[in-house]
Design a protein around this ligand. Structure first.
Ligand SMILES: [Zn+2]
Length: 108
C-alpha cells in the first residue's frame, strides 16, 4: 500500500479510537460500533479507485461511504480533529468533508 494512504489510515484509526474512548467510554480500545466503523473505513480507503489522484485523506468517504457510516466518521473527526497533534492533514480532511457534504447534503 502507498505510504501516504497508510499514514492517513493511521491518523483515522487514532481519531476513531480517541472519539470512542472519550465519548463511548470504551477505554483505550474500541467498542463494536467503532471497530466496525474502522473496518469499513479501512476497506473503503484501500479500495478507493482515486488512490493516486486523491488530493487529501478520505476524499473517497464522500463518494462511497454509506450515509450512516459517513455520519459516524464525521462525528469522530469533528471530535478528534482539534485534539490531534498532527493538525494540518486533519483540518484539510475536515474541510473537504464539510465542503462536500454542504454541496450535496441528503434531504433527510
Ligand atoms: Zn466507540
Amino acid at each position: 500500500m502507498e505510504r501516504r494512504i497508510r499514514r492517513e489510515l493511521r491518523t483515522v484509526r487514532a481519531m476513531i479510537g480517541l472519539h470512542c474512548r472519550d465519548r463511548h467510554g470504551c477505554g483505550p480500545g474500541r467498542c463494536d460500533r467503532c471497530g466496525a466503523l474502522w473496518e469499513y473505513t479501512r476497506q473503503r480507503v484501500e479500495r478507493c479507485p482515486f488512490r493516486d489522484d486523491k488530493p487529501t485523506c478520505l476524499r473517497c468517504t464522500v463518494h462511497c461511504f454509506r450515509p450512516e457510516m459517513r455520519e459516524e466518521i464525521r462525528a469522530a473527526m469533528r471530535y478528534a480533529g482539534p485534539r490531534m497533534p498532527w493538525r494540518h492533514p486533519v483540518l484539510a480532511l475536515l474541510h473537504l468533508l464539510d465542503e462536500r457534504s454542504g454541496q450535496r447534503s441528503p434531504a433527510r
